[in-house]
Design a protein around this ligand. Structure first.
Ligand SMILES: [Zn+2]
Length: 1038
């Protein structure tokens, strides 16, 4: 999935993420706390191998997660069960391997039969449990609490830890993860959506195999009204069964009086009805205005991560792969689409049509299933035996050519690159008018926001870059994610880090003219910024609640994941070694589920390194701990010493336990600094190490082209030497290296390791800089400081920083043109420069922008504003009363979405308080502005001085509506929390933010983004305290 707002790529890596480590809030237990829920129910009979019993709250971590109830890890049994049942979804390799990591990781749900040894242990265990239960049961009137049998309680007799079903019976499962005694093999789904009523009915026929003897089947179902359930064992009769439901965990269960025996096949048939969801997940309805202003409706799905259960009852965890056969009833004037090609169409007596799609030719995780009923039309092309189609609403068909071309070229590229052909006969890409994520990689039916797929004929290359990049990401998922899937959400990065890495590398190969390198570098900087916080988390992190699952969709899984893959790729000898390794990984695990160790082991095996490099040893240090290293370099004679420590932005200045990474430290020096051959490598595994460089070497630059995920401090002498070298000749380093120096020095200032004077020293050279990456990075950093000063009302300093910016970048700003520009890198450069210039009220910039807007309005939209300048122009126009109104009208009429979104940002950049509030309300209601745009509106509003306090009030007031639209912990919520809080820098605001979020309890208080928000405010506060006096002094003379 690409959860990002694809039109703000520089912002998108700037969104929050962290881990609740030193949780300030009391965490609720995952298991039922009997002391809290005194409802009476009897002991549930019949424990089977994945049974658990109640554990006191203090040890709840031992109960949580699926790994702990994994009572049988016997590889032989796993394999034999698999062969017996012809199943392929088990993770073979991880069971063969002892856990090498000191960091706890849950095993995936492995469906295996117990060994004799395990059975004996289980029986003994059960006997003990039963004896204890008996003893406790006969203790009169005793409530079992975490402190043991404490006080007598006549009304609450003994209970074993099972929650209560909706009908009052005990629900036979007490964990978040499903038991693995039953494995689904096939889903046969019959769906009848009614787009007038916004409801649907369905029948799910689920074929399953019994892997362990068990007396229950537990699966997921979320808000489905199940009207009938039948169960058939082997060749027996189908019988009605009672379905129990435990709503808090979205689980349903069927209990049996006799054990279902391992090895048997059974079928569960469930008839149900539900409402089409009004949010953006599950089977949801969506509406849009067609070109005639008529309201049209459609129904679409978004299942990742936890919403397939809203559309059909299922085993909704990624490791439960199965086949799908999907049938959908629709009206004649609608098209239905699903993962597979259409197999047959039947006309029903009531005039409706029933489309039956082919059964999936692959085993698929539930989150990848998809179906859509809409009024859409395709354009298609055959690519190496796969029919590639791009669908849109009919009036936007003319905007689909570019996506078809990009998808076709990228599909061919990936078929060759991975040496495994895309396995399905068709691949549809569809632009959905109202869609929250950037895109979703459903197998064979990839769904997109319109802005991520549609390109106007006159679109700028920068807009094409957005589309090609999202298409490249989603297509890469057809291998990384769909063909080989992470076993559990803790390793989401195996999907997302890879797809992100491939999105950039494939674009560099297939569309070099789109110049994606600058963007990839910028997102790596933003990933470092976020990972520097204490609230960050390991790439492969523990995930035990729905909120934690949602929160894995963050920059650590995506951008840090991609960054460490780039680091590995750059480190492995030869240019094909990394590729060989991933081909090996894909071949070995096709159709299966994996964890992080499987990837590293594949890469170690391939003989990728003549020196028998242990990839696993190196990379585990990057995936199993949060953060990244600060490498400090010092020189004495010909001796260069490098030391490492955790680059941790801590507001409290307390010492934290240090971590060690296995760092491929690369470096170049003044005698050879540009070509790849200049790069030398030193592997730093311990706290410090040293290598030799001739004394005659004037300076060293570490982390060549910033391919490593670390920050470098050169010490005063080192920074001086580099600064002087750059001042006399900018081209002594690559532009990536220059950008990396700019990024690193600001980061070190935030860490408190260098003074702001040192930052300005390095930036002395920047007036001679003209390349995109260093300029945009410097502007990004300076704009951040400007924003903080502005929000603190330090107007005097704001004026001085503005003056500084104009002095350093003024001549480059005035060199920029306002005509069409074809070069992507130049577009990026000028849009950053001019957007800054106009936002700082630079007269000539404002004048150009106003003139372009006037021309645009007077020509009735036929005169075009160059795509990369539209945002600057609209932002300027929105500051005038008259033009703001004109633009609001135009917003309702423009059909091309990329332009439309830029208008919306323009509108939201207004400094008129009433308009800010109006826009926030419109987008919350989803009428004039679709709710999918709410995070964008809030983000833009918060950049302005007028809007940011209104936005903070607004989210507090409407929090419940927000989490009704977007799940707690989801990417839009993370973005909203970050936008509204990241510019606070005072104790009063810190207290307010803390008070509000802690009061939310289960409605969001435990989100990592909240931890991050608090940490960020404290860091802002500290930075201000430490730097304001110096800043006043420095800028006075600058
Ligand atoms: Zn993705």
């Amino acid at each position: 999935m690409d959860p990002f707002d694809s039109n703000s790529q520089t912002d998108r890596a700037n969104l929050p993420r962290n881990m609740i480590e030193n949780s300030m809030f009391e965490e609720e237990p995952d298991v039922v706390d009997l002391a809290k829920e005194p409802t009476a129910f009897p002991t549930f009979p019949g424990l089977d191998p994945d049974e658990t019993t109640y554990e006191p709250r203090s040890s709840r971590l031992l109960v949580r997660g699926l790994g702990e109830n994994d009572m049988d890890e016997d590889e032989e049994d796993t394999e034999s069960s698999a062969r017996l049942l012809g199943m392929s979804f088990m993770n073979r390799s991880s069971a063969q391997r002892p856990s090498s990591s000191p960091y706890a990781r849950h095993s995936p749900p492995r469906c295996s039969r117990p060994s004799t040894r395990t059975m004996v242990v289980c029986v003994l265990f059960l006997v003990i449990v039963a004896s204890m239960t008996m003893v406790l049961y006969f203790l009169p009137g005793c409530t079992f609490t975490k402190s043991g049998c404490s006080k007598p309680n006549k009304t609450a007799p003994l209970e074993p830890g099972y929650p209560v079903s909706t009908n009052g019976e005990p629900f036979p499962w007490a964990q978040y993860r499903l038991p693995r005694s039953i494995c689904p093999l096939s889903y046969d789904l019959d769906l009848n959506p009614d787009l007038d009523d916004m409801t649907f009915t369905g029948r799910a026929v689920i074929g399953m195999s019994v892997l362990h003897n068990t007396k229950r089947i537990v699966l997921h179902s979320d808000n489905l009204n199940i009207s009938k359930a039948t169960f058939k064992l082997g060749n027996g009769e189908a019988n009605d069964v009672t379905v129990l439901e435990y709503k808090p965990r979205k689980q349903i269960a069927i209990k049996f009086s006799d054990e279902l025996k391992a090895g048997l096949f059974c079928v569960l048939t469930l008839d149900y009805s539900a409402s089409l969801s009004h949010t953006y997940s599950g089977f949801y309805n969506s509406s849009y205005m067609d070109k005639n202003g008529r309201k049209r409706v459609l129904a679409a799905t978004q299942f990742e991560p936890l919403s397939a259960r809203k559309a059909f009852p299922c085993f909704d965890e990624p490791a439960f792969k199965a086949t799908f056969l999907i049938k959908i009833t629709r009206k004649q004037n609608y098209t239905a689409l699903s993962n597979m090609p259409l197999a047959k169409v039947t006309q029903l007596p009531d005039g409706l049509m029933r489309d039956e799609f082919e059964k999936t030719s692959v085993n698929m995780s539930t989150y990848l299933a998809a179906f859509i009923v809409a009024n859409v039309t395709p354009i298609s092309k055959n690519v190496s035996g796969t029919l590639v189609s791009v669908y849109s609403v009919p009036e936007k068909k003319e905007h689909t050519d570019y996506a078809l071309d990009a998808a076709s070229k990228l599909l061919e590229f990936y078929n060759g690159f991975f040496q495994i052909n895309y396995p399905l006969k068709k691949l549809d890409l569809i632009a959905i008018p109202d869609f929250l994520a950037g895109a979703m990689e459903n197998w064979g039916l990839i769904t997109f926001r319109e802005t991520s797929l549609l390109v106007d004929k006159l679109s700028s290359p920068l807009e094409k870059q957005v589309v090609a990049s999202v298409v490249a990401h989603e297509l890469a998922h057809q291998w990384f994610g769909n063909l080989v899937t992470m076993s559990w959400w803790n390793d989401l990065w195996l999907n997302e880090g890879f797809a992100t890495y491939m999105q950039y590398t494939s674009l560099q190969a297939v569309f070099p003219q789109l110049d994606i390198g600058n963007l990839f570098l910028a997102v790596r900087f933003r990933a470092l910024d976020k990972d520097a916080l204490n609230s960050s988390h390991a790439v492969s992190a523990e995930v035990n609640t729905p909120e934690q699952v949602e929160e894995m969709f963050d920059s650590v899984s995506y951008e840090k994941g991609a960054s460490i893959l780039l680091m590995l790729e750059a480190f492995l000898p030869g240019d094909q070694q990394f590729r060989k390794g991933i081909i090996q990984y894909l071949r070995e695990f096709t159709g299966l589920n994996t964890n992080t160790d499987d990837l590293w082991n594949s890469l170690t095996q391939v003989g990728v390194s003549p020196q028998h490099l242990n990839v696993s040893e190196m990379m585990t240090s990057w995936t199993s701990q949060k953060g990244f290293p600060l490498v400090t370099v010092s020189r004495k004679g010909d001796q260069v010493t490098v030391t490492q420590e955790h680059f941790l932005l801590a507001s409290d200045n307390t010492a934290h336990a240090s971590s060690l990474w296995n760092i491929p430290v690369t470096y170049v020096n003044n005698s050879c600094s540009l070509a790849p051959e200049c790069k030398q490598v030193f592997t730093l595994k311990t706290e410090s190490g040293s290598f030799k460089q001739p004394e005659s070497v004037k300076w060293l630059k570490l982390n060549y082209k910033n391919t490593g995920f670390y920050i470098v401090h050169y010490g005063d002498e080192g920074w001086d030497a580099i600064g002087q070298a750059l001042s006399s000749n900018v081209s002594v380093l690559t532009q990536e290296d220059r950008a990396s120096l700019v990024h690193n020095i600001f980061a070190l200032s935030r860490l408190g390791r260098v003074s702001f004077g040192r930052v300005l020293n390095l930036l002395d050279y920047i007036s001679k800089e003209s390349e995109t990456s260093p300029v945009t990075e410097a502007l990004f950093q300076l704009n951040n400081i400007l924003q903080l000063l502005d929000k603190r009302q330090e107007q005097h300093l704001v004026a001085r920083v503005k003056k500084y910016i104009f002095r350093q970048f003024g001549s480059l700003m005035s060199e920029q043109t306002w005509e069409e520009e074809e070069n992507v890198s130049k577009q990026e450069l000028r849009s950053a420069l001019l957007e800054t210039a106009c936002s700082l009220n630079e007269a000539s910039c404002i004048q150009h922008a106003k003139a372009l807007f006037k021309q645009y309005v007077e020509s009735n939209g036929t005169s075009r504003i160059p795509g990369d300048l539209q945002q600057t122009v609209f932002n300027v126009a929105a500051q005038s009363d008259e033009d703001w109104v004109t633009m609001l009208t135009a917003y309702g009429q423009v059909t091309y979405n990329a332009e439309k979104r830029k208008m919306l940002r323009g509108l939201a950049s207004t400094q008129d308080a009433r308009r800010v509030v109006t826009l926030l309300q419109y987008s919350l209601k989803g009428e004039i502005i679709q709710s999918q745009e709410l995070p964008l509106v809030i983000n833009t509003v918060c950049k302005g001085f007028v809007g940011y306090l209104f936005a903070w009030d607004f989210i507090q007031e409407h929090w419940d509506s927000l989490i009704d639209k977007f799940a707690v912990g989801s990417f839009p919520i993370q973005a909203i929390v970050k936008s509204t809080t990241s510019q606070f820098s005072t104790q009063a605001h810190l207290d307010q933010v803390q008070r509000f979020f802690s009061g939310l309890k289960e409605r969001g208080s435990q989100m990592r983004s909240v931890q991050e928000a608090l940490e960020t405010i404290r860091l802002n506060q500290r930075w201000m305290n430490e730097n304001l006096p110096a800043l006043r002094k420095l800028l006075e003379y600058s």
